[in-house]
Design a protein. Structure first.
Lengths: 244, 228
Protein backbone atom coordinates (compact mmCIF):
# COMPACT_ATOMS: atom_id res chain seq x y z
CA UNK A 1 0.00 0.00 0.00
CA UNK A 2 2.91 2.36 0.62
CA UNK A 3 4.48 1.41 -2.73
CA UNK A 4 3.38 4.63 -4.41
CA UNK A 5 5.49 6.71 -2.03
CA UNK A 6 8.59 4.79 -3.05
CA UNK A 7 7.66 4.97 -6.72
CA UNK A 8 7.65 8.74 -6.55
CA UNK A 9 10.81 8.80 -4.42
CA UNK A 10 12.61 6.69 -7.06
CA UNK A 11 11.73 9.38 -9.59
CA UNK A 12 13.27 12.07 -7.39
CA UNK A 13 16.39 10.02 -6.89
CA UNK A 14 16.78 9.55 -10.65
CA UNK A 15 16.59 13.29 -11.21
CA UNK A 16 19.14 13.79 -8.43
CA UNK A 17 21.62 11.54 -10.27
CA UNK A 18 21.09 13.57 -13.42
CA UNK A 19 21.56 16.82 -11.51
CA UNK A 20 24.90 15.60 -10.12
CA UNK A 21 26.11 14.71 -13.62
CA UNK A 22 25.13 18.15 -14.92
CA UNK A 23 26.90 19.82 -12.00
CA UNK A 24 30.04 17.84 -12.82
CA UNK A 25 29.78 18.86 -16.48
CA UNK A 26 29.32 22.52 -15.60
CA UNK A 27 32.31 22.42 -13.25
CA UNK A 28 34.39 21.14 -16.17
CA UNK A 29 33.20 23.58 -18.78
CA UNK A 30 36.75 24.98 -19.05
CA UNK A 31 38.69 21.71 -18.64
CA UNK A 32 40.66 20.98 -21.82
CA UNK A 33 39.61 17.72 -23.46
CA UNK A 34 36.79 17.04 -20.93
CA UNK A 35 34.03 14.78 -22.23
CA UNK A 36 30.54 15.32 -20.89
CA UNK A 37 28.75 12.58 -18.94
CA UNK A 38 25.81 10.59 -20.26
CA UNK A 39 22.98 9.76 -17.88
CA UNK A 40 20.75 6.86 -18.80
CA UNK A 41 17.17 6.65 -17.53
CA UNK A 42 14.95 3.59 -17.41
CA UNK A 43 11.73 2.59 -15.71
CA UNK A 44 11.59 -0.08 -13.00
CA UNK A 45 9.67 -3.27 -12.36
CA UNK A 46 5.99 -3.56 -13.28
CA UNK A 47 3.68 -5.75 -11.24
CA UNK A 48 0.03 -6.43 -10.57
CA UNK A 49 -1.28 -4.08 -7.87
CA UNK A 50 -3.20 -6.77 -5.98
CA UNK A 51 -6.58 -5.49 -4.79
CA UNK A 52 -8.10 -2.68 -6.78
CA UNK A 53 -6.86 -3.88 -10.14
CA UNK A 54 -7.81 -6.76 -12.40
CA UNK A 55 -5.57 -9.29 -14.12
CA UNK A 56 -4.69 -6.92 -16.97
CA UNK A 57 -3.45 -4.21 -14.63
CA UNK A 58 0.13 -3.44 -13.78
CA UNK A 59 1.68 -0.57 -11.88
CA UNK A 60 5.26 0.58 -12.27
CA UNK A 61 7.76 1.12 -9.48
CA UNK A 62 9.25 4.40 -10.73
CA UNK A 63 12.45 5.23 -12.54
CA UNK A 64 16.18 4.98 -12.06
CA UNK A 65 19.11 6.80 -13.61
CA UNK A 66 22.77 5.98 -13.83
CA UNK A 67 25.90 7.09 -15.64
CA UNK A 68 26.25 5.19 -18.91
CA UNK A 69 29.57 6.69 -19.91
CA UNK A 70 30.70 9.81 -21.67
CA UNK A 71 29.82 11.64 -24.82
CA UNK A 72 33.09 11.25 -26.76
CA UNK A 73 32.07 13.85 -29.33
CA UNK A 74 34.73 16.27 -30.52
CA UNK A 75 35.25 19.36 -28.38
CA UNK A 76 35.76 22.77 -29.95
CA UNK A 77 39.28 23.63 -31.05
CA UNK A 78 40.88 26.75 -29.56
CA UNK A 79 43.94 28.28 -31.20
CA UNK A 80 46.54 29.08 -28.55
CA UNK A 81 49.58 29.66 -30.85
CA UNK A 82 51.65 27.84 -28.23
CA UNK A 83 53.90 25.44 -30.18
CA UNK A 84 53.58 22.60 -27.65
CA UNK A 85 49.80 22.62 -27.56
CA UNK A 86 48.24 19.88 -29.66
CA UNK A 87 44.64 18.88 -30.24
CA UNK A 88 43.30 15.68 -31.75
CA UNK A 89 40.60 16.04 -34.35
CA UNK A 90 38.86 12.71 -34.58
CA UNK A 91 38.54 9.81 -32.17
CA UNK A 92 41.47 8.44 -30.18
CA UNK A 93 43.92 9.40 -27.46
CA UNK A 94 47.56 10.37 -27.05
CA UNK A 95 49.55 7.47 -25.62
CA UNK A 96 51.40 8.34 -22.40
CA UNK A 97 53.19 6.37 -19.70
CA UNK A 98 50.81 5.37 -16.94
CA UNK A 99 51.63 5.82 -13.28
CA UNK A 100 52.35 2.10 -13.01
CA UNK A 101 54.54 2.23 -16.13
CA UNK A 102 51.87 0.69 -18.36
CA UNK A 103 49.84 2.23 -21.15
CA UNK A 104 47.75 5.29 -20.38
CA UNK A 105 45.75 7.52 -22.71
CA UNK A 106 44.80 11.19 -22.65
CA UNK A 107 43.25 13.86 -24.84
CA UNK A 108 44.81 16.68 -22.87
CA UNK A 109 47.26 18.10 -25.44
CA UNK A 110 48.71 20.83 -23.23
CA UNK A 111 52.26 19.43 -23.60
CA UNK A 112 55.54 20.65 -22.17
CA UNK A 113 59.20 19.63 -22.00
CA UNK A 114 61.03 17.95 -19.14
CA UNK A 115 64.40 19.49 -18.17
CA UNK A 116 66.16 16.86 -20.29
CA UNK A 117 64.03 17.63 -23.34
CA UNK A 118 61.34 14.92 -23.40
CA UNK A 119 57.71 15.72 -24.20
CA UNK A 120 55.31 15.39 -21.24
CA UNK A 121 51.68 16.20 -20.51
CA UNK A 122 50.62 19.04 -18.24
CA UNK A 123 50.52 16.72 -15.23
CA UNK A 124 53.98 15.34 -15.90
CA UNK A 125 53.30 12.06 -17.68
CA UNK A 126 55.82 11.26 -20.40
CA UNK A 127 54.68 10.42 -23.90
CA UNK A 128 55.17 6.77 -24.81
CA UNK A 129 57.27 5.92 -26.75
CA UNK A 130 59.27 8.93 -25.50
CA UNK A 131 59.79 11.90 -27.80
CA UNK A 132 63.31 13.14 -27.03
CA UNK A 133 64.21 16.62 -28.24
CA UNK A 134 67.77 17.90 -28.04
CA UNK A 135 68.52 19.51 -24.66
CA UNK A 136 67.69 23.18 -24.53
CA UNK A 137 65.45 23.13 -27.59
CA UNK A 138 63.48 26.34 -28.00
CA UNK A 139 59.78 25.31 -28.09
CA UNK A 140 59.27 27.70 -31.01
CA UNK A 141 61.53 25.48 -33.14
CA UNK A 142 59.35 22.41 -32.55
CA UNK A 143 57.19 21.37 -35.44
CA UNK A 144 54.40 18.80 -35.03
CA UNK A 145 52.86 17.42 -38.21
CA UNK A 146 49.29 16.20 -38.60
CA UNK A 147 50.38 12.54 -38.39
CA UNK A 148 52.01 13.28 -35.02
CA UNK A 149 55.62 13.44 -36.18
CA UNK A 150 57.64 15.80 -33.96
CA UNK A 151 60.74 17.54 -35.29
CA UNK A 152 62.96 20.27 -33.94
CA UNK A 153 64.99 22.50 -36.22
CA UNK A 154 64.23 20.21 -39.14
CA UNK A 155 65.44 17.01 -37.38
CA UNK A 156 62.90 14.31 -36.59
CA UNK A 157 62.69 13.64 -32.84
CA UNK A 158 59.88 11.11 -32.57
CA UNK A 159 56.17 10.72 -32.97
CA UNK A 160 53.08 11.26 -30.86
CA UNK A 161 51.27 7.90 -30.87
CA UNK A 162 47.49 8.04 -31.29
CA UNK A 163 45.56 5.00 -30.05
CA UNK A 164 41.88 4.24 -29.82
CA UNK A 165 39.86 1.53 -28.05
CA UNK A 166 36.61 -0.13 -29.11
CA UNK A 167 34.71 1.05 -26.06
CA UNK A 168 36.18 4.27 -24.61
CA UNK A 169 33.54 4.16 -21.83
CA UNK A 170 35.37 1.14 -20.44
CA UNK A 171 38.56 3.14 -19.78
CA UNK A 172 39.45 3.68 -16.13
CA UNK A 173 40.90 6.87 -14.67
CA UNK A 174 44.68 6.94 -14.28
CA UNK A 175 45.60 10.07 -12.40
CA UNK A 176 44.13 13.44 -13.12
CA UNK A 177 43.47 13.62 -16.83
CA UNK A 178 44.69 10.28 -18.15
CA UNK A 179 42.82 7.02 -18.69
CA UNK A 180 43.93 3.42 -18.50
CA UNK A 181 42.71 0.58 -20.77
CA UNK A 182 40.80 -2.23 -19.04
CA UNK A 183 39.19 -5.48 -20.15
CA UNK A 184 35.95 -3.57 -20.68
CA UNK A 185 37.50 -1.02 -23.01
CA UNK A 186 38.48 -3.67 -25.53
CA UNK A 187 41.63 -3.94 -27.64
CA UNK A 188 43.84 -0.96 -28.47
CA UNK A 189 43.80 0.04 -32.11
CA UNK A 190 45.59 2.64 -34.20
CA UNK A 191 43.58 5.68 -35.23
CA UNK A 192 45.03 6.58 -38.64
CA UNK A 193 42.20 9.00 -39.50
CA UNK A 194 42.79 11.19 -36.47
CA UNK A 195 44.81 14.33 -37.11
CA UNK A 196 47.11 16.15 -34.71
CA UNK A 197 46.93 19.92 -34.83
CA UNK A 198 49.71 22.05 -33.42
CA UNK A 199 49.10 25.35 -31.61
CA UNK A 200 45.55 24.34 -30.78
CA UNK A 201 43.81 22.88 -27.69
CA UNK A 202 40.60 20.88 -27.58
CA UNK A 203 38.05 22.59 -25.35
CA UNK A 204 35.61 20.76 -23.09
CA UNK A 205 32.69 19.40 -25.12
CA UNK A 206 30.16 20.57 -22.52
CA UNK A 207 27.65 22.88 -24.16
CA UNK A 208 26.63 25.54 -21.61
CA UNK A 209 23.23 26.11 -23.20
CA UNK A 210 22.43 22.40 -23.33
CA UNK A 211 23.61 21.84 -19.78
CA UNK A 212 21.51 24.73 -18.48
CA UNK A 213 18.38 23.49 -20.24
CA UNK A 214 19.06 19.97 -18.91
CA UNK A 215 19.39 21.39 -15.41
CA UNK A 216 16.05 23.18 -15.64
CA UNK A 217 14.50 20.01 -16.97
CA UNK A 218 15.94 17.96 -14.11
CA UNK A 219 14.59 20.47 -11.62
CA UNK A 220 11.09 20.30 -13.09
CA UNK A 221 11.23 16.50 -13.12
CA UNK A 222 12.26 16.60 -9.47
CA UNK A 223 9.33 18.88 -8.64
CA UNK A 224 6.84 16.66 -10.46
CA UNK A 225 8.01 13.59 -8.55
CA UNK A 226 7.91 15.47 -5.26
CA UNK A 227 4.31 16.54 -5.98
CA UNK A 228 3.50 12.85 -6.44
CA UNK A 229 4.99 12.12 -3.00
CA UNK A 230 2.87 14.83 -1.39
CA UNK A 231 -0.22 13.46 -3.11
CA UNK A 232 0.58 9.90 -1.99
CA UNK A 233 0.86 11.20 1.56
CA UNK A 234 -2.55 12.87 1.30
CA UNK A 235 -4.05 9.70 -0.16
CA UNK A 236 -2.79 7.72 2.82
CA UNK A 237 -4.14 10.37 5.18
CA UNK A 238 -7.59 9.97 3.62
CA UNK A 239 -7.34 6.20 3.92
CA UNK A 240 -6.41 6.54 7.58
CA UNK A 241 -9.24 9.03 8.01
CA UNK A 242 -11.87 6.37 7.27
CA UNK A 243 -11.76 5.57 10.98
CA UNK A 244 -12.40 8.82 12.81
CA UNK B 1 -27.13 -2.60 4.24
CA UNK B 2 -23.40 -2.89 4.92
CA UNK B 3 -22.92 -3.76 1.24
CA UNK B 4 -22.40 -0.03 0.65
CA UNK B 5 -19.29 -0.09 2.84
CA UNK B 6 -17.60 -2.61 0.58
CA UNK B 7 -18.67 -0.83 -2.59
CA UNK B 8 -17.17 2.46 -1.37
CA UNK B 9 -14.04 0.64 -0.16
CA UNK B 10 -13.51 -0.85 -3.63
CA UNK B 11 -13.72 2.68 -5.01
CA UNK B 12 -10.98 3.78 -2.62
CA UNK B 13 -8.75 0.85 -3.53
CA UNK B 14 -9.19 1.63 -7.22
CA UNK B 15 -8.23 5.26 -6.76
CA UNK B 16 -5.18 4.25 -4.75
CA UNK B 17 -3.99 2.02 -7.61
CA UNK B 18 -4.58 4.92 -9.95
CA UNK B 19 -2.48 7.20 -7.74
CA UNK B 20 0.34 4.65 -7.84
CA UNK B 21 0.19 4.69 -11.63
CA UNK B 22 0.27 8.47 -11.76
CA UNK B 23 3.27 8.46 -9.40
CA UNK B 24 5.03 6.11 -11.82
CA UNK B 25 4.11 8.40 -14.70
CA UNK B 26 5.61 11.42 -12.94
CA UNK B 27 8.69 9.48 -11.84
CA UNK B 28 9.36 8.68 -15.49
CA UNK B 29 9.05 12.21 -16.81
CA UNK B 30 12.67 12.03 -18.07
CA UNK B 31 12.87 8.40 -19.18
CA UNK B 32 13.47 8.40 -22.95
CA UNK B 33 10.95 6.34 -24.89
CA UNK B 34 8.69 6.00 -21.82
CA UNK B 35 5.10 5.27 -22.84
CA UNK B 36 2.15 6.47 -20.81
CA UNK B 37 -0.24 3.99 -19.19
CA UNK B 38 -3.98 4.52 -19.44
CA UNK B 39 -6.34 2.75 -17.08
CA UNK B 40 -9.81 1.47 -17.76
CA UNK B 41 -12.15 0.97 -14.81
CA UNK B 42 -14.94 -1.56 -14.71
CA UNK B 43 -17.77 -2.46 -12.36
CA UNK B 44 -17.97 -5.85 -10.66
CA UNK B 45 -21.41 -6.36 -12.19
CA UNK B 46 -24.80 -5.11 -11.17
CA UNK B 47 -27.75 -6.49 -9.32
CA UNK B 48 -31.32 -5.55 -10.08
CA UNK B 49 -33.05 -4.73 -6.80
CA UNK B 50 -36.75 -5.26 -6.36
CA UNK B 51 -39.14 -4.57 -3.52
CA UNK B 52 -39.46 -7.83 -1.59
CA UNK B 53 -43.09 -7.14 -0.73
CA UNK B 54 -44.73 -6.15 -3.97
CA UNK B 55 -42.00 -7.13 -6.46
CA UNK B 56 -41.69 -3.68 -8.05
CA UNK B 57 -38.29 -2.90 -9.46
CA UNK B 58 -36.19 -0.50 -7.41
CA UNK B 59 -33.28 -0.24 -9.86
CA UNK B 60 -29.80 -1.54 -10.51
CA UNK B 61 -27.12 -1.68 -7.82
CA UNK B 62 -23.40 -1.74 -8.61
CA UNK B 63 -21.17 -3.96 -6.51
CA UNK B 64 -18.06 -1.87 -6.69
CA UNK B 65 -15.25 -1.15 -9.14
CA UNK B 66 -11.73 -2.16 -9.97
CA UNK B 67 -9.21 -1.20 -12.62
CA UNK B 68 -9.87 -3.56 -15.46
CA UNK B 69 -6.67 -3.20 -17.41
CA UNK B 70 -3.71 -0.98 -18.04
CA UNK B 71 -3.24 -0.03 -21.63
CA UNK B 72 0.00 1.48 -22.81
CA UNK B 73 -0.33 4.31 -25.28
CA UNK B 74 2.35 3.42 -27.84
CA UNK B 75 1.99 6.46 -30.06
CA UNK B 76 5.40 7.95 -30.95
CA UNK B 77 6.58 10.83 -28.77
CA UNK B 78 8.48 13.97 -29.74
CA UNK B 79 12.15 13.55 -30.65
CA UNK B 80 14.89 15.93 -29.62
CA UNK B 81 18.48 16.10 -30.83
CA UNK B 82 21.21 15.34 -28.32
CA UNK B 83 24.17 15.23 -30.71
CA UNK B 84 25.53 12.17 -28.87
CA UNK B 85 26.61 9.47 -31.30
CA UNK B 86 25.06 6.50 -29.49
CA UNK B 87 21.71 8.14 -28.68
CA UNK B 88 19.15 6.70 -31.08
CA UNK B 89 15.47 7.43 -31.62
CA UNK B 90 12.84 5.82 -33.80
CA UNK B 91 10.87 8.24 -35.92
CA UNK B 92 7.51 6.57 -36.39
CA UNK B 93 6.29 3.15 -35.28
CA UNK B 94 8.40 0.20 -34.15
CA UNK B 95 10.83 -0.92 -31.46
CA UNK B 96 14.53 -1.61 -31.04
CA UNK B 97 15.19 -5.25 -30.15
CA UNK B 98 17.69 -6.27 -27.45
CA UNK B 99 18.87 -9.72 -26.43
CA UNK B 100 18.43 -10.21 -22.69
CA UNK B 101 19.14 -13.34 -20.64
CA UNK B 102 15.35 -13.89 -20.57
CA UNK B 103 14.98 -13.69 -24.37
CA UNK B 104 14.49 -10.94 -26.92
CA UNK B 105 12.86 -7.80 -25.53
CA UNK B 106 11.83 -4.58 -27.23
CA UNK B 107 12.43 -0.95 -26.29
CA UNK B 108 11.98 2.60 -27.53
CA UNK B 109 14.69 3.91 -25.18
CA UNK B 110 17.72 4.47 -27.42
CA UNK B 111 20.33 5.50 -24.81
CA UNK B 112 22.83 2.96 -26.03
CA UNK B 113 26.48 2.33 -25.33
CA UNK B 114 29.20 -0.02 -26.61
CA UNK B 115 30.65 -3.28 -25.30
CA UNK B 116 34.34 -4.17 -25.16
CA UNK B 117 33.84 -6.28 -28.29
CA UNK B 118 32.58 -3.23 -30.20
CA UNK B 119 28.92 -4.25 -30.17
CA UNK B 120 26.05 -1.83 -29.55
CA UNK B 121 24.34 -2.51 -26.20
CA UNK B 122 21.66 -0.88 -24.08
CA UNK B 123 22.51 0.71 -20.76
CA UNK B 124 22.24 -2.68 -19.02
CA UNK B 125 24.66 -4.38 -21.43
CA UNK B 126 22.06 -6.23 -23.52
CA UNK B 127 23.05 -6.46 -27.18
CA UNK B 128 21.00 -4.40 -29.61
CA UNK B 129 19.90 -6.37 -32.67
CA UNK B 130 20.13 -5.45 -36.35
CA UNK B 131 17.39 -5.90 -38.96
CA UNK B 132 18.38 -9.56 -39.42
CA UNK B 133 18.50 -10.32 -35.70
CA UNK B 134 22.31 -10.27 -35.42
CA UNK B 135 24.10 -7.95 -32.95
CA UNK B 136 24.99 -4.49 -34.25
CA UNK B 137 28.73 -3.90 -34.67
CA UNK B 138 30.17 -0.40 -34.40
CA UNK B 139 32.63 0.88 -37.00
CA UNK B 140 36.33 0.77 -36.16
CA UNK B 141 36.32 4.40 -35.01
CA UNK B 142 33.43 3.77 -32.60
CA UNK B 143 30.80 5.39 -34.79
CA UNK B 144 27.53 3.81 -35.81
CA UNK B 145 25.51 3.55 -38.98
CA UNK B 146 21.81 4.06 -38.17
CA UNK B 147 20.84 1.66 -40.96
CA UNK B 148 22.54 -1.23 -39.10
CA UNK B 149 20.04 -1.00 -36.24
CA UNK B 150 16.85 -2.98 -36.60
CA UNK B 151 13.33 -1.59 -36.12
CA UNK B 152 10.69 -4.22 -35.40
CA UNK B 153 6.92 -4.17 -35.35
CA UNK B 154 5.73 -5.82 -32.13
CA UNK B 155 2.34 -7.33 -31.36
CA UNK B 156 1.00 -7.36 -27.82
CA UNK B 157 3.73 -5.07 -26.45
CA UNK B 158 3.60 -5.04 -22.66
CA UNK B 159 5.94 -3.29 -20.24
CA UNK B 160 8.30 -5.50 -18.29
CA UNK B 161 10.48 -2.86 -16.58
CA UNK B 162 13.97 -1.51 -17.40
CA UNK B 163 12.39 0.32 -20.37
CA UNK B 164 11.76 -3.07 -22.00
CA UNK B 165 8.62 -4.52 -23.52
CA UNK B 166 7.66 -8.14 -24.06
CA UNK B 167 5.73 -9.11 -27.17
CA UNK B 168 6.00 -10.99 -30.42
CA UNK B 169 7.89 -9.55 -33.37
CA UNK B 170 5.86 -9.09 -36.53
CA UNK B 171 8.39 -8.16 -39.18
CA UNK B 172 10.08 -4.83 -39.68
CA UNK B 173 8.62 -1.65 -38.19
CA UNK B 174 7.82 1.33 -40.36
CA UNK B 175 9.86 3.78 -38.26
CA UNK B 176 13.27 5.17 -39.18
CA UNK B 177 16.25 5.18 -36.82
CA UNK B 178 17.72 8.60 -36.18
CA UNK B 179 21.16 8.86 -34.61
CA UNK B 180 22.10 11.64 -32.19
CA UNK B 181 18.53 12.00 -30.96
CA UNK B 182 16.26 10.62 -28.23
CA UNK B 183 12.52 10.15 -28.00
CA UNK B 184 11.14 12.12 -25.08
CA UNK B 185 9.09 10.57 -22.30
CA UNK B 186 5.37 10.52 -23.10
CA UNK B 187 4.54 11.75 -19.59
CA UNK B 188 2.29 14.76 -19.93
CA UNK B 189 2.75 16.70 -16.67
CA UNK B 190 -0.44 18.72 -17.09
CA UNK B 191 -2.57 15.66 -17.72
CA UNK B 192 -0.95 13.72 -14.88
CA UNK B 193 -1.55 16.59 -12.44
CA UNK B 194 -5.22 16.86 -13.43
CA UNK B 195 -5.65 13.07 -13.22
CA UNK B 196 -3.97 13.11 -9.82
CA UNK B 197 -6.34 15.75 -8.44
CA UNK B 198 -9.46 14.17 -9.96
CA UNK B 199 -8.50 10.76 -8.57
CA UNK B 200 -7.79 12.25 -5.15
CA UNK B 201 -11.23 13.88 -4.97
CA UNK B 202 -12.87 10.61 -6.01
CA UNK B 203 -10.93 8.90 -3.21
CA UNK B 204 -12.20 11.49 -0.73
CA UNK B 205 -15.78 11.08 -1.94
CA UNK B 206 -15.57 7.33 -1.39
CA UNK B 207 -14.19 7.93 2.09
CA UNK B 208 -17.12 10.23 2.85
CA UNK B 209 -19.51 7.53 1.61
CA UNK B 210 -17.94 5.01 4.00
CA UNK B 211 -18.21 7.45 6.89
CA UNK B 212 -21.82 8.28 6.07
CA UNK B 213 -22.80 4.61 5.91
CA UNK B 214 -20.95 4.05 9.17
CA UNK B 215 -22.91 6.88 10.81
CA UNK B 216 -26.16 5.43 9.56
CA UNK B 217 -25.24 2.03 10.95
CA UNK B 218 -24.24 3.71 14.19
CA UNK B 219 -27.66 5.32 14.47
CA UNK B 220 -29.35 1.98 13.87
CA UNK B 221 -27.34 0.34 16.56
CA UNK B 222 -27.41 3.18 19.05
CA UNK B 223 -30.79 4.89 18.67
CA UNK B 224 -33.25 2.58 16.91
CA UNK B 225 -32.35 -0.23 19.27
CA UNK B 226 -32.42 1.91 22.44
CA UNK B 227 -35.07 0.87 24.98
CA UNK B 228 -35.85 4.12 26.80
Amino acid sequence: MLAGLYTAAAGMEAQQTRMEAIANDLANVSTNGYKSLRVGFRDLLYQAPGRGGGAGTQTGAGATAGLIGHDFGQGGLMATERPLDVALSGPGFIRVRGRDGGIALTRDGNLGLTPDGRLRTSNGQLLEPPVQLPRGTDPDEVEIRSDGTVSAGGRRAGRITILNVTNPDGLAADGESALRPTAASGPLTAAPQTRVQQGVLEASNVDMADATVEMMNAQRGFELASRAIQMQDEVLAVANGVKR
Amino acid sequence: MDRGLYIAASGMLTEMVRQDQIANELANSSTPGYKADRTAQRGFGELLLSNSRNGSVVGPLGLGVEIDETRTDLSPGPIHDTGKALDLAIEGEGFFAVRTPAGVRYTRNGQFTASAAGLLTDSLGNQVLGPGGAPVRLRGDGSLSAADVGVFAVNGARKSGDSLFTGTAAGAGSGQVRAGALEESATDPARSMVDMIASFRALEANQKAIQTIDETLGQFAGQVGAVS
